[in-house]
Design a protein around this ligand. Structure first.
Ligand code: FNR
Length: 356
């Protein structure tokens, strides 16, 4: 195309050929400090690299001549219909990427008919995000002030969020050294945690090492929404989660941003799946960049995956159309992968179609 074409948001979005291009293009547009915040992980970023590497280590084994026709990607998760088994992972501070912030992201989710897991640390309120009509789940860091935590739950419920995703891998903040080098410790003027506000005062977010299973029990007692725990890697914790009445798990290492040198999330999927033995659905996030990655995760036991950074890259490039493009590319890749694998739907993938 001619250069003028690339000047518009739609043009920039359409110029993306895959999710890796999106990172490159976003890097060119973003303030380097914010790029580092989005891209970075904890310490040596061993886990960031491991997440993607785990997909490359595995191979896909196609079946032939099955006459499946075009695959159908529609999926139902905890009663929630979605156009494909891909959700938006919760990520903080979208206003660092684009002025319309989470509203633009949510419009793209609505257009693509996928679930957005809205972060508690969003830069517009959950009510404003919900007003886009997107199907939302609400991500929560349980705050030691339980009255405040309950008020967030009530707001999420009232806004129409259909599940709570409680992040449990963050009893403290991971050490992002890019942020230290960039001296990025405070949000710029005009960017703040909109859900934490009230009467001109923005509350400090508390990531507390005091949070325990008793808090999960408390939460279970105050809401009828499905509860998922995000950030479970150990099979014993997966078993405990089921015992505590949790409805789903997100196998995740927080995109390598919390404890560095945790295993690739994909490598923890099968042990966790074995522990829960089908009692609750499993989601997986971390390093999903290709339709073939989604296929591998599904074949190894995930009901769906979530993507974090690729959504931020699309947002930084072109706002809503940029995020839509990221989702469209992944959808097209997944459909193509399933066709080439010889399966008619995500649920038809089987374990033996992934080999090491
Ligand atoms: C995150 N993630 C995250 N998770 C969460 O539970 N609450 C949060 O506020 C955030 N914030 C956040 C910010 C940024 C910039 C990133 C990149 C990630 C983690 C996120 O939900 C998810 O686990 C990972 O992003 C998945 O890995 P990929 O897809 O980014 O590789």
């Amino acid at each position: 195309g001619h250069p003028g074409h690339l000047a518009s948001e739609a043009g920039r979005a359409l110029a993306l050929v895959n999710l890796r291009d999106a990172e490159t293009a976003a890097r060119q547009r973003l303030d380097p400090v914010y790029y580092d915040y989005f891209a970075g992980g904890a310490q040596d970023e061993v886990t960031v690299a491991a997440n993607e590497a785990a997909y490359r280590r595995r191979s896909l084994l196609p079946r032939v001549l099955r006459g499946c026709g075009p695959p159908r990607l529609e999926t139902t998760l905890l009663g929630q219909a979605t156009s494909m088994p891909v959700l938006m992972a919760p990520t903080a501070f979208h206003r660092l990427a684009w002025p319309e912030a989470e509203v633009a992201t949510a419009r793209a989710a609505a257009a693509a008919d996928v679930v957005m897991i809205a972060a508690m640390l969003s830069t517009v309120t959950v009510e404003e995000i919900a007003a886009t009509g997107a199907a939302l789940w609400f991500q929560l860091y349980i705050q030691p002030d339980l009255a405040f935590t309950e008020s967030l739950v009530r707001r999420a419920e009232a806004a129409g969020c259909r599940a709570l995703v409680v992040t449990v891998d963050s009893p403290a903040l991971g050490r992002n050294e890019r942020g230290d080098r960039n001296d990025f410790h405070d949000l710029p003027p005009g960017v703040f945690c909109a859900n934490m506000g009230g009467a001109g005062h923005v509350r400090q977010v508390v990531l507390s090492p005091e949070i325990s299973w008793s808090h999960v029990d408390w939460l279970r007692g105050i809401t009828t929404l499905p509860i998922l725990l995000k950030g479970v890697l150990h099979p014993a914790d997966a078993r405990l989660a089921v015992e505590h009445g949790v409805d789903g798990l997100v196998v995740s290492n927080h995109g390598g941003r919390q404890l560095d040198t945790t295993p690739a999330s994909l490598d923890r999927l099968e042990p966790v799946a074995e522990a829960v033995a089908g009692r609750v659905p499993l989601l997986l996030d971390g390093g999903v960049r290709r339709g073939t990655d989604v296929a591998k995760a599904l074949a190894l036991g995930a009901a769906a995956v979530a993507i974090g950074r690729p959504v931020l890259w699309g947002l930084a490039i072109a706002g809503e159309p940029g995020v839509r493009r990221v989702l469209d590319l992944l959808r097209t890749e997944l459909a193509n992968a399933l066709t080439l694998l010889g399966v008619a739907a995500p649920g038809d993938l089987t374990r033996e179609q992934v080999v090491s």
